[in-house]
Design a protein around this ligand. Sequence first.
Ligand SMILES: [Zn+2]
Length: 269
Amino acid sequence: MSEYLTFNVQQLEKYASYFALFFTKEGILVNAEKQTPLISFASTQIMLNAQIEAAYLCHAVLIVRCKITLSEEQLLSLGFRVFAIRPFLAQASTHLRQLTLKAYHWLNWDKQSCYCGQCGSPLKRKIDATDKWCDNCQSAFFPRFSPAIMVLIQRENEILLARSKHFAPGMYSAIAGFIDIGETAEVAVHREVHEEVGIYISHLKYFSSQTWPFPDSFMIAFKAHYASGDLKIDDNEIEDARWFSLDALPNLPSRPSIARRLIDSVTKK
Ligand SMILES: [Zn+2]
C-alpha cells in the first residue's frame, strides 16, 4: 500500500513501464502517428527530457505535469504534438475524456494545494490518491469542487439563451451560475434566473451533471418552463439574453460540454 509522502521524482522509478498522460502548460502531449495521448512513461520522459513536476496514479495510468523545453518542430520530429485541452476533449473517446477531465482537475488543484491551509506545513500525498495530508496538524484536504447550476428554459417553440462577455463571438448558452453557500441546487436555479434575466420559471427538472475542470466546477444541469415576467438583463453578469426559435439557433458551445448536451436534448427531438 502506498504511503503519504512529499512528491519526489524518485518515487516514479517503479512506474517506468506504465502508460502515462503528459500535461504541459500548453496542453496534453499526443503521439502524432498513433493519435493517442496514452504513451509509455519512462521512454517518453527520457526522449523528451521532460521535467516531471507532479504525478498521480489514476486507474493504473500515470498522470504527470511536466515541463518540456523542446520547440514544436523538435517535438514533431520526435513524433509528438501538444494539443490544447479543450480541442482535445472535443474529439477524445468517452474513456479518454473522463480520464483527462479528472487528471486536469487534479493537476490544477495539486498546484494550488502545496501547503496546509491551517498551519502552512507542506502537504503530503499518496501517489494513487487525490487527497493530501498535513502531518503537523493531522488535517486531510480533498480536491476542491465549485458546484454550479445550468438551466435551459423553454417557452413553446423557443429557448432562452444568454451570452457572457467571455464567450466566443456570437456564441450563446443556457443560463448558469455558482451555487451559493446554504443553497440547494434548485434554489440556486430560481435565484440565478431571476437575477440574470428577471423572469420566473416552473417545472424544474434535473437533466444531468458534469465535472468541468476550467477551473474546477461541478455543473448540475436542469430544464425548466418559462412561467412569468419580462426579460430584464443584469449586464454585470451577462451581455445579452434572448428567446431563440428552435429552428434559428445561434452558435452553441462545443459538443462534450454539458451545455451543448442540454441544448441538444431539446432541439434535436
Ligand atoms: Zn497543518
